[in-house]
Write a protein that binds this ligand. Structure first.
Ligand SMILES: [Zn+2]
Length: 314
């Protein structure tokens, strides 16, 4: 059974896609220094960092949210059969993701809303699946909500119209480009089917208790998604962080961050929000339960994994 959490009246279930145990921290974090794991390795739990191998554990998944009568998916992981040769771990996957969704009691056509934190390969992949050689929407009754800027930038990176949104001056020039084919294979079929809703990321509610908040940097208009229900609050952090090590060392940018200075600013903003509010935080790539709390510690922050109300704790 998949891990489940409660946030007010909402039930949040992790839909697992992939787990791996062999992330080389020096590749994930190009600016890693020897002090990072020496000083903080012992604070990371064995399910996230293996001191014997020196490797980090990570994964990909979606969060299924049932709230106010709606069935909502937050990000859609990588998908099956997506051609991503530049990201070998994600290239041409065949995983039982849809079976995991079914095991959680949801058929693809029952999904009402898909909320997209950012338009990267491992967050929009299951938007589409291959049918008779063409990419078609997987969640054919769902409204897919995403940043208009993210979609236009992804289109431009794929050589598609509409015209690009150039990075705003505040972000500076990109340090890294997103993977190719993501818009064409995973966004365009959804938009062509009339299932897309482009939004401005400004904190407005897109559904009861759910709102997109700007945390740019990892990608051009990356959003963190807030859920409020019956006085409780949670954050779906997208790729503000890729591993709990960054809670202790928010200065470490991932190799996938496109605008590294604003990415760090957004990470610190998220950590402040989470520590001040005590909100439950849902990550996109942490291992273990992938959900937890940010606590204040010695002028910085610490991470504490949350226990699910049900599930296998895997
Ligand atoms: Zn990601």
């Amino acid at each position: 059974m998949a891990d489940q959490f409660r946030v007010g009246d909402a039930l949040v279930t992790r839909i697992l896609e992939l787990r791996w145990t062999d992330t080389d921290p020096a590749i994930l974090y190009p600016d890693l220094d020897s002090a990072a794991l020496r000083d903080h390795g012992s604070l990371l739990s064995p399910g996230s960092y293996n001191p014997a191998t020196g490797r980090l554990e990570q994964g990909t998944h979606s969060w299924l949210v049932r709230h106010a009568g709606l069935t909502i998916l937050i990000d859609t992981a990588t998908g099956n059969g997506k051609s991503l040769p530049a990201a070998p771990k994600l290239h041409n996957l065949q995983t039982p993701y849809l079976q995991h969704l079914k095991d959680a009691g949801v058929a693809p056509e029952q999904v009402d809303l898909v909320l997209i934190s950012h338009v990267h390969a491992d967050h929009v992949g299951w938007n589409t699946h291959l049918h008779d050689g063409a990419w078609v929407p997987t969640f054919r009754n769902a409204r897919h909500i995403y940043s208009a800027i993210e979609a236009r930038y992804a289109a431009s990176c794929d050589g598609q119209t509409p015209a690009p949104d150039l990075p705003p001056a505040a972000l500076g020039p990109p340090d890294h480009k997103p993977l190719a084919r993501v818009y064409r294979d995973s966004m365009l079929p959804v938009l062509e089917a009339g299932l897309g809703q482009a939004i401005t990321v400004d904190g407005s509610e897109v559904a009861e208790g759910l709102s997109f908040h700007p945390t740019p940097g990892h990608s051009i208009d990356h959003a963190s998604i807030r859920l409020r229900s019956r006085g409780e609050e949670a954050w779906f952090m997208g790729d503000v962080m890729h591993h709990p090590l960054q809670v202790y060392r928010p200065d470490l940018r991932s190799v996938y961050c496109e605008f590294i200075v604003p990415a760090e600013r957004s990470r610190r903003w998220m950590l402040e929000q989470a520590a001040a509010s005590g909100s439950l935080c849902f990550s996109s790539h942490f291992a273990e339960t992938a959900a937890g709390y940010v606590r204040r510690r010695d002028g910085g922050f610490a991470w504490q994994f949350a226990s699910p109300i049900a599930g296998t704790n895997r």
